[in-house]
Design a protein around this ligand. Structure first.
Ligand SMILES: C[S@@+](CC[C@H](N)C(=O)[O-])C[C@H]1O[C@@H](n2cnc3c(N)ncnc32)[C@H](O)[C@@H]1O
Length: 303
C-alpha cells in the first residue's frame, strides 16, 4: 500500500501500527456502524474460508458449481482454465473484464476483488509492463487472493485491504476500473462512484457488472438482510444508479448486457429462492423481471 489509512476514530489497530510512516495521501475509512457492511464482511469471510457457498453469497447450500455459474454469466472456458479453481468462487454476476479491452502496460483496478479471478485474468492481458490492483474489505478474501497469486506466480498483481467508499489508491493513477457484483453491496454508492472518478486518470474507463432494479422491490425483500448479502436487496433502481455515475463526472454510459438476475438464481440456486420466499412471504413472480444483472461501460472525460 502506498497510502496511509486514517481511522475516523482512534488508531492504532494492528493494521495501521504496522504501516510505514510518511503517508503519500490520507484516506479516511468510512464508518463501520452500518449493520449491512458488517453482515457483508461476515458472509464473504465465511465464503472465503469455505464454511458456506453461494451465488453472490446468499446461500448456505445448494448453488450450482462455481464453474457453471461463471460460464453461465459469460466467462470463456479457456479463461477459467487458466486460473486456479480457488480463484473462482462463482461470486460474479457478469464477465466485465472481457469487455474492458485492456492493453499491455495498463494499470487496472478491480473493486471488491474477492478471490482474485478478474485480477488474474487482467494481469495476463496487461502483461509484465502493466499492473493490477484488487481492493477488498474482507481479510479472509484477501488472504485467499494472495495465496492464489503466489500459486500462479504473477508479479504484477497486488491486493489491498480497503473499502470502495474510500479507496486506498492514489488519485489519477488508474487506466481502467472493473468490478463484478459488488457495488450493490455498498450502502453509499455515491461515495463509490466519486472514488472511481478520483482514481481514474483523465480518459480512463470502467466496465462494471452489477445488480440494478427495474422497479422497487416489495418492502419485505428490501428489509431482508440475507437478500442484501445475496446481492438482491442492496440494489437500487437503474435511474438512480446511473444518476450517481453521472454525478461523479463519468460519461458515455453504455449498457452492454442486461439479464434477469432472479431467473438465473432460480436455475442456479433454487433452494435459495425458496428460502427467500419463505422468509419474506413474497412469491418469486412478484419479483421476476425487476432484478437485473447489468454490465455497463463509462469513461472519465479527458478534461
Ligand atoms: C459478491 S463478491 C464478488 C467477488 C469478486 N468480484 C468475484 O466476482 O469473484 C463481493 C466482494 O466484495 C467485497 N466487498 C463488499 N463490499 C465492499 C466494500 N464496501 N468495500 C470493499 N470490498 C467490499 C466482499 O468482501 C466480497 O469479496
Amino acid at each position: 500500500m502506498t497510502e496511509a489509512v486514517k481511522e475516523e476514530k482512534t488508531c492504532c489497530g494492528p493494521s495501521c501500527c504496522s504501516e510505514p510512516a510518511a503517508p503519500a495521501t490520507e484516506v479516511v475509512r468510512p464508518p463501520e456502524s452500518d449493520e449491512r457492511v458488517q453482515a457483508v464482511r461476515d458472509r464473504y469471510a465465511r465464503i472465503a474460508e469455505g464454511t458456506v457457498s453461494g451465488c453472490c453469497g446468499a446461500s448456505a447450500s445448494g448453488c450450482a458449481s462455481e464453474s457453471a455459474v461463471s460460464l453461465g454469466i459469460g466467462y470463456d472456458p479457456s479463461e477459467l482454465a487458466s486460473v486456479p479453481g480457488e480463484a473462482n468462487l462463482g461470486l460474479g454476476c457478469g464477465a466485465p473484464l472481457g469487455l474492458l479491452a485492456l492493453k499491455p502496460g495498463e494499470t487496472v483496478l478491480d473493486l471488491g476483488s474477492g478471490p482474485g479471478l478478474d485480477v488474474f485474468l487482467a494481469a495476463r492481458q496487461v502483461g509484465a509492463a502493466g499492473r493490477v490492483i484488487g481492493v477488498d474489505m474482507t481479510p479472509a478474501m484477501l488472504e485467499r487472493a494472495r495465496a492464489n497469486a503466489a500459486k500462479i506466480g504473477l508479479a504484477n498483481v497486488e491486493f489491498r485491504e480497503g473499502r470502495l467508499e474510500a479507496l486506498p489508491v492514489e488519485s489519477g493513477t488508474i487506466d481502467a476500473v472493473t468490478s463484478n457484483c459488488v457495488i450493490n453491496l455498498v450502502p453509499d454508492k455515491r461515495a463509490v462512484f466519486a472514488e472511481i472518478a478520483r482514481v481514474l486518470r483523465p480518459g480512463g474507463r470502467v466496465v462494471i457488472s452489477d445488480i440494478l432494479l427495474n422497479s422497487r422491490l416489495p418492502s419485505a425483500v428490501e428489509k431482508d438482510l440475507l437478500a442484501y448479502v445475496g446481492c438482491v436487496s442492496g440494489a437500487v433502481r437503474r435511474e438512480e444508479y446511473f444518476a450517481l455515475v453521472g454525478a461523479a463526472g463519468l460519461e458515455g454510459v453504455e449498457v452492454l448486457r442486461d439479464v434477469d438476475y432472479l431467473a438465473g438464481l432460480i436455475e442456479a440456486a433454487p433452494d435459495e429462492v425458496r428460502a427467500l420466499e419463505a422468509r419474506t412471504g413474497v412469491k418469486r413472480d412478484e419479483v421476476l423481471g425487476r432484478v437485473r444483472s447489468v454490465t455497463f461501460r463509462a469513461s472519465k472525460p479527458m478534461r
